[in-house]
Design a binder for this molecule. Sequence first.
Ligand code: ADP
Length: 251
Amino acid sequence: MDEKLSFFKDGLRLDGRLPDELRPIKVEVGVLARADGSCYMEMGENKVIAAVYGPREVHPRHLQEVTRAIVRYRYNMASFSVEERKRPGPDRRSYEVSKVSREALEPVILTSYFPRSVVDVFVEVLQADAGTRTAGINAASVALADAGIPMRSLISSCAAGKVDGEIVLDPMKLEDNFGEADVPIAMNPSGEITLLQMDGRLSKEELQRALELAKAGCQQIYEIQRKVLIDRYSHMDDMGSCDEVVAEEEI
Ligand code: ADP
């Protein structure tokens, strides 16, 4: 059988999506009672939950910064989130994902408002199907807003990849495993990129196309994030935190 036929049928992908189509997204805000902000998000078969605590006192204290809050981000994959049981606990990959995810969000957090404190972000992956770092960043961004953390804007994230020579949006696990490239990005609503990674090989034109697709995907995700926050807070008396986020993301 022709290789190409195995990933595309009548122009559609194995799950019936067009090349430039995101997987279905489901978002719920404020799902955890003890966290200051939280968000549950599904992007296709990915299921993640983000919890935000803070701004709060830093422990250990030597990590304190006198002019700003520090941001910590812990990405963790549950051992039952993948087909083969994942060994519990941090590993090289989770350190890397935590670092790049923190760096994707930090630029929009107004850390100078809260010197000597910390904003802790926890992301737990309950089910993984490629794209967990991007799903985690999307959920964390909404959870930060839900916690009322002052931000310049929301951050939205998704990947584009190359499968059977074609550039596709939001590759699922099968496409990621057998694909030729994977380019996750994160950006603010103005299109300023805060995360850009690339696995595999792409020509300059293919990379441009991948960025174009991923940026369009991020815009769609941003609209969903924005709507879910407005829906949650528009009927409440105290709209302080939501006003701030929604107003500032227009900038
Ligand atoms: P992302 O989830 O952000 O796409 P990767 O590209 O590193 O990150 O991983 C792609 C997918 O590979 C994950 O979403 C998951 O489905 C699978 N995967 C990652 N780590 C493991 C692991 N330790 N065991 C089994 N599957 C894994």
